[in-house]
Design a protein around this ligand. Structure first.
Ligand code: PA5
Length: 447
């Protein structure tokens, strides 16, 4: 496999027989997933998406990305949750850490900023300010087309487009990614002739990064979406056999369930690269929304190392013992740097001369793994060779297929998210949306 899953540090926590004893359950979960006999089976199209996607639309995405690259200094991506996190994670993961900070005359591709993922007016104000009078385009992404946060942001950025380019000019700079037939955004896109892309029916928000939801922003950032899809397609071949002796994505699913049943109810996803922080944010949605229901499920959390070893590290080492951790470790960073030589040794670092920063980073990883294992935190790691689009596609698929199996192992529907609705309904009622009057009255009394 292109990436490798290392469970060798689990010996202290899991007996040799335990993985094999999960095989029958994993086979059943695999059947539920592949044969569609499990709960939520209408939302499994991400399984085959890396090979079975709309090639004509894919070409249109690449053409749209080229156009945006040629006529815009900034792409504003509007969306929330599953319509946001995948693209943000991938743009960060695949690019220079300071991608968005480079000045216009030093950059080949537009800045990519995300909004509509909160209701903070300050954030939107600051982004409007940052764009200033530079050329920009908007990619608005919403499957339902009615989510409040992106809808409000879209109005504001649409307004700026209209002021700058006029009503017709604005329409040529709006790219809508939404449902093929339903929702307010689809209606608006059709009525105004925005270029639009389809979020397929059988793919939930958190599984949608390899659909147009993720692909357009990723392509605009200059990363190869062909390679991304190729990595995912190869992973779909790699992780299709339910045999736990060979399928490492299924091993990961099985081990985290074994650990969960022993009381390790929180899993931390960890990295040693600052531009992988959003990998964890994306993963948290994928895991949390898939598994946290029916009053059970592993709580997904994260830590960024070595930064957080100087904050959360204390808790992880010695706090409440309900933590397990999964590290995504890059074996070959994009760049490595020598630790410089100095004639004296006032800082005590002479012993590291001739070594590189990656050597230090890797020793930190190894030292932490052993320390946390000693501190009774079960540790798993996923080694990825590099931070290329191919590798990211592979990793995305690894996690997607793992959480589907993991969810079925825990007896839940890994593809719905009924709990996301509760706050939305209350917010509509409190905002005074037509149709929610009665609930609004009731809630206002409670406040
Ligand atoms: O996973 C989910 O369903 C949510 O996180 C949604 O993606 C999020 O609420 C955005 O929904 P929409 O794309 O309909 O605007």
């Amino acid at each position: 496999a292109h990436i490798s899953f290392d469970s060798s540090k689990l010996k202290k926590f899991i007996h040799d027989n335990e993985l094999g004893e999960m095989q029958a359950m994993v086979t059943a979960a695999d059947n539920e997933l592949r044969k569609g006999t499990g709960a939520g089976s209408d939302f499994r199209d991400w399984l085959t998406l890396p090979k079975d996607y709309d090639k004509e639309e894919f070409a249109r995405i690449k053409a749209a990305a080229k156009k945006i690259q040629s006529d815009s200094k900034v792409l504003v991506v509007i969306g929330i949750g599953g319509s946001y996190l995948g693209a943000k994670m991938a743009v960060d993961f695949l690019n220079d850490t300071f991608f968005n900070y480079l000045p216009d005359d030093q950059r080949q591709f537009p800045q990519v900023f995300f909004t509509g993922n909160s209701l903070s007016p300050s954030y939107v104000y600051d982004l409007l300010n940052l764009i200033g009078d530079r050329d920009f385009s908007v990619n608005v992404i919403s499957k339902s087309g009615t989510t409040t946060e992106p809808s409000i942001a879209f109005r504001i950025f649409k307004d700026k487009l209209v002021q700058k380019y006029g009503a017709d000019g604005a329409k040529k700079r709006i790219y809508a990614t939404t449902d093929k037939a339903h929702g307010a955004l689809r209606q608006e896109a059709d009525a105004n002739g925005y270029e639009s892309f389809i979020i397929p029916d059988g793919i939930g928000g958190r599984y949608s990064v390899l659909s147009p939801v993720g692909l357009l922003p990723i392509a605009v950032s200059g990363a190869s979406i062909d390679e991304l899809m190729k990595g995912a397609a190869d992973a779909s071949d790699e992780y299709k056999d339910a045999d736990l002796t060979t399928n490492e994505a299924y091993q990961y699913a099985a081990y985290r369930n074994i650990l969960y049943r022993k009381g390790f109810t929180t899993e931390l996803l960890e990295n040693y690269e600052p531009n992988m922080q959003y990998l964890a944010e994306w993963w948290k949605q994928l895991m949390g929304e898939s598994e946290g229901k029916d009053e059970k499920g592993i709580y997904p959390s994260s830590a960024n190392f070595s930064t957080d070893l100087h904050s959360l590290g204390q808790y992880i080492q010695e706090g409440l013992r309900n933590l397990m951790e999964t590290v995504v470790k890059v074996d070959r960073p994009n760049h490595d740097l020598d630790i410089p030589k100095e004639s004296d040794n006032l800082d005590g670092l002479k012993y590291l001369e001739g070594r590189t920063m990656d050597f230090a980073n890797t020793k930190a990883f190894e030292g932490v793994t052993l320390a946390h294992t000693d501190g009774n935190v079960p540790n798993m790691s996923i080694h990825i060779p590099d931070q290329t689009p191919y590798t990211l596609g592979y990793l995305i698929y690894f996690f997607e297929v793992a959480v589907a199996i993991s969810g079925y192992l825990n007896g839940i529907n890994p593809f719905n998210q009924p709990g996301v609705e509760a706050y939305k309904t209350n917010m509509f009622a409190l905002l005074g949306k037509p149709g929610y009057e009665e609930l609004g009255d009731k809630l206002r009394k409670q406040l």
